[in-house]
Ligand binder design. Structure first.
Ligand code: UD1
Length: 422
């Protein structure tokens, strides 16, 4: 199994280009099921979750998938042999595959999809996906761990209010509603830029009729078909935020290209509180880390445009080095503190009280052997190890490969002594 060997401490300096957004690419690729004609998607990140979804589309569902890795693009088109079955084996490796249900039902009127299980960060149920699609007319039964779903004629538009904000359920329902008869209104939607901006623009460019008519309300008029398009996905705001943290923690000096900085204003404002100096320009952030990181009294994860849960672990690593105590409250996933035990192995003093982590600060990390538990937790360990004294080994980095494109190459280029070993 591959590992990272990191020798610290290092100072991060130079320029990094971020990749396309994983969390945009996934629902957009799922939405490609709606098309009769070819669709081209560009700026895809080269990460394992994307490869897994492309494999599901081609091997399991029968779409023709032509990948151009040099150009980071893919062309997808319908064949005569489309299936609507997704096995546990495929779905269990990637929870986002629940987002195949909406497009399959909308376009092909039936789907049999394995229920995704929980994962280390929480139970991650799919009840909001199922109840919203049911309101659009989907009928379903759960048998032996599979969702067996069908729709008799067409999905029919209606008004749905999500009981709680869910990124995945919002995406699934928007995609399904594109072919639902009449008007669908979705309230209390997730407004993460991957959905409100990228998925919406992608579908509208192809002829869908989606309009955001309130902060969390979207109106969709059903259409009969979508036209062939080519679309480039937005940059990855979590990757961008991760590199911003890496620069801040190491008293570094980094230019990060490939994302409109206004998308991550909340995160950048918190980084300023820790002492980072930030200059924003079009699609570029220039960030300089402070000599001594300042603590943040209270930071809580929230739905966009609040502070993202996907950057919680990275900020925790940063606050370990701050000049005093910080508190982080995790409000999205019930068990997203797997990185704490590993950060403690580097010397961190962190106390967990329910969904809050109390971080003592003033830690000088000492290199150690560590275990990755999930995608964002693993990258937090890489960041901490890059400023630790001495050698760290980070095991099970396959978690990291799910969502970060060649991170060791990018970090090496800006001064981190990091090597992939097997
Ligand atoms: C997406 C992101 C993930 C990010 C998360 C929160 C993708 C592929 N993944 O995940 O990186 O961490 O948003 O910003 O874009 N919930 C239910 N029932 C449901 C659905 C969700 O109870 O049917 C709960 C979840 O357990 C969680 C909360 O709602 O507590 C938010 O989950 P959700 O926004 O759906 O996250 P994902 O779409 O899975």
């Amino acid at each position: 199994m591959e590992k990272f060997l990191v020798k610290g401490p290092s100072k991060i300096k130079g320029e990094i280009k971020i990749s396309g957004s994983k969390n945009s690419s996934l629902p957009i690729l799922c939405a490609s099921i709606l098309f009769d004609k070819r669709v081209e998607i560009k700026n895809l990140p080269k990460v394992r979750d994307i490869e897994t979804l492309l494999e599901i589309l081609s091997k399991s569902l029968g779409f023709a998938v032509r990948r151009n890795k040099q150009k980071n693009s893919v062309i997808i088109f319908k064949t005569k042999k489309i299936n609507t079955f997704c096995s546990y084996k495929l779905v269990s490796t990637m929870r986002a595959s629940i987002n195949l249900l909406g497009p399959l039902i909308s376009k092909y009127k039936k789907a049999t999809l394995s229920l995704p299980g929980g994962c280390l960060i929480g139970a991650r149920p799919v009840n909001y996906h199922l109840s919203a699609l049911k309101k659009l007319g989907m009928k379903y039964k759960i048998k032996k761990g599979y969702i067996h779903a069908h729709v008799e004629k067409n999905l029919v538009g209606t008004t749905i209010k999500f009981p709680k904000i869910s990124v995945g359920a919002t995406a699934n329902t928007i995609i399904a509603a594109c072919f639902a008869k009449g008007k669908t209104i979705l309230k209390n939607c997730a407004i993460e830029p991957e959905i409100k901006y990228d998925l919406t623009n992608f579908l509208n460019k192809a002829g869908a009729k989606i309009k955001w008519i309130g902060k969390r309300t979207v109106r969709i008029y059903g259409v009969k078909s979508l036209k062939s398009i080519s679309y480039s996905v937005m940059g990855d705001r979590i990757e961008c935020g991760t590199f911003c943290v890496a620069a801040t923690i190491s008293n570094g000096n980094l230019k990060i290209k490939g994302l409109n900085p206004n998308i991550i204003n909340t995160e950048l404002n918190y980084l300023k509180k820790t002492g980072a100096k930030i200059k924003k320009s079009k699609n570029e952030i220039h960030i300089k880390g402070p000599k001594k990181v300042k603590c943040i009294k209270f930071l809580q994860t929230k739905e966009y445009d609040g502070f993202p849960t996907d950057l919680q672990a990275q900020f925790m690593a940063l606050l370990c080095k701050a000049n005093g105590q910080s508190i982080i409250s995790e409000n999205i996933f019930e068990n997203r503190f797997m990185h704490v035990a590993e950060l403690r192995r580097l010397g961190a003093k962190i106390l967990i009280r329910g969904n809050k982590a109390i971080i003592e600060g003033n830690t000088n990390f000492e290199g150690a052997e560590l275990m990755s538990s999930d995608l964002r937790a693993s990258v937090a360990l890489v960041i901490a190890a890059s400023v630790a004294n001495g050698k760290s080994i980070i095991n099970r980095i396959y978690h990291l490969d799910r969502g970060y494109e060649r991170i060791e190459k990018k970090l090496k280029k800006v001064g981190v002594n990091i090597k992939r070993i097997s």
